[in-house]
Design a protein around this ligand. Structure first.
Ligand SMILES: Nc1ncnc2c1ncn2[C@@H]1O[C@H](COP(=O)(O)OP(=O)(O)OP(=O)(O)O)[C@@H](O)[C@H]1O
Ligand SMILES: [Mg+2]
Length: 320
């Protein structure tokens, strides 16, 4: 569990938000841009659990405060809270993490558990000009079981209402504004909390390196590059006996782009630095395959004149 460095926003109590006023999309946009450009929300705060809070009223108040401190907008906060209640998600279990673009909370209800909900700090349309999903909404079209943190559903804001979307219809939904993304709440911690231990063990470096390469390969096959590959966006699991000891999940598609040859090449360059970071204790200093993959003057991913292609990387003897 990562230490809590949580700064709470000072906000009015729940009752103050009960009155719902209609706002237009343009007002929403201007509220959003003026609010978010001056946002001072801390980027570094981690797991905070509300399990000590028992009464439903307290859960309700904390959930409302948390939504408001991310969304910075009362009407959307009210509607989002109401929608979560309609979905039966009444309990805030804790804050799973936070980054530049969102706060991720864990929710549950009487019949539902392990629900992660990323509240968008800078809500934007869910689709691009071609009506294709992009940004965090992209998670909805990513494959299951490929080390990718795909989304289960979205909450959007459109024409004065908050909508729950499991199946994206370009004609109906392309102009909706993304408010939040549902996914499975993962056990474990971001890579930066675990790298110290991983880097002591060459098998672990290799195992996680291999799965991350597979995650990127699956994402690229789906037509996108991630573009934000860093140790906060790679989630390391807590496998039980008999499960894959090196399971990881690539998270956060907020900056993903449609794939291009340059984008792909850049991404594998970034990947190489993650691999190097995994081996920060140099346990693979004498592994010739590792050295070749990263540092071959001709083909190496770091500084090579003509770096290995994706297919060559996936089939490289380092991963055999
Ligand atoms: N499904 C999940 N289960 C557990 N933890 C999660 C989940 N999704 C996100 N997190 C945690 O929340 C953190 C922030 O989420 P995310 O990376 O999506 O936000 P962000 O604001 O887009 O980040 P960035 O600063 O990288 O752009 C992650 O680093 C991760 O630790
Ligand atoms: Mg992130």
């Amino acid at each position: 569990m990562v230490e809590a460095i949580c700064e709470e926003a000072t906000i009015a109590p729940f009752g103050a938000y009960e009155k719902e006023e209609e706002i237009s999309l343009s007002k929403f946009h201007s509220t959003i841009s003026s609010t978010y450009s001056t946002s001072t929300t801390p980027l570094l705060f981690k797991y905070r659990s509300w399990s000590h809070i028992v009464s439903p009223k307290e859960f309700k108040d904390e959930l409302h405060k948390t939504l408001y401190s991310a969304l910075h907008e009362q009407t959307i906060t009210n509607l989002t809270h109401q929608k979560l209640r309609e979905l039966g998600l009444t309990k805030l279990v804790g804050v799973l993490g936070s980054g530049a673009f969102g706060t991720v909370i864990e929710l549950e209800g009487d019949t539902q558990k392990d629900i992660a909900f990323k509240i968008e700090r800078m809500p934007a349309p869910i689709a691009d000009r071609d009506k294709e999903l992009f940004g965090d909404a992209l998670g909805l079209k990513l494959p299951d079981g490929a080390y990718l943190g795909n989304a289960k559903a979205l909450l959007t804001y459109y024409e004065g209402e908050v909508h729950y979307i499991e199946n994206y219809d370009p004609n109906l939904h392309h102009a909706h504004i993304l408010v939040g993304v549902f996914s499975k709440a993962l056990k474990g911690s971001p890579l930066f909390g675990r790298v110290h231990k991983i880097s002591e063990n060459s098998e672990a470096v290799k195992g996680y390196g291999k799965r991350l390469a597979e995650a990127l390969h699956a994402l690229h096959n789906a037509g996108y590059t991630h573009n934000d590959l860093h140790q906060g966006n790679i989630h390391i699991g807590t496998p039980k006996e008999g499960e894959d000891p090196y399971a990881l999940t690539l998270l956060d598609f907020g900056l993903a782009k449609k794939i291009t040859p340059e984008g792909m090449r850049y991404e594998w360059g970034e990947y190489a630095y993650i691999l190097k970071y995994l081996d920060q204790k140099n346990v693979l200093a004498k592994d010739l395959n590792f050295q070749d993959l990263l540092y071959s003057p001709t083909r190496g991913l770091i500084g090579g004149v003509n770096p290995y292609s994706e297919t060559e990387i996936i089939n490289h003897p380092f991963f055999a």
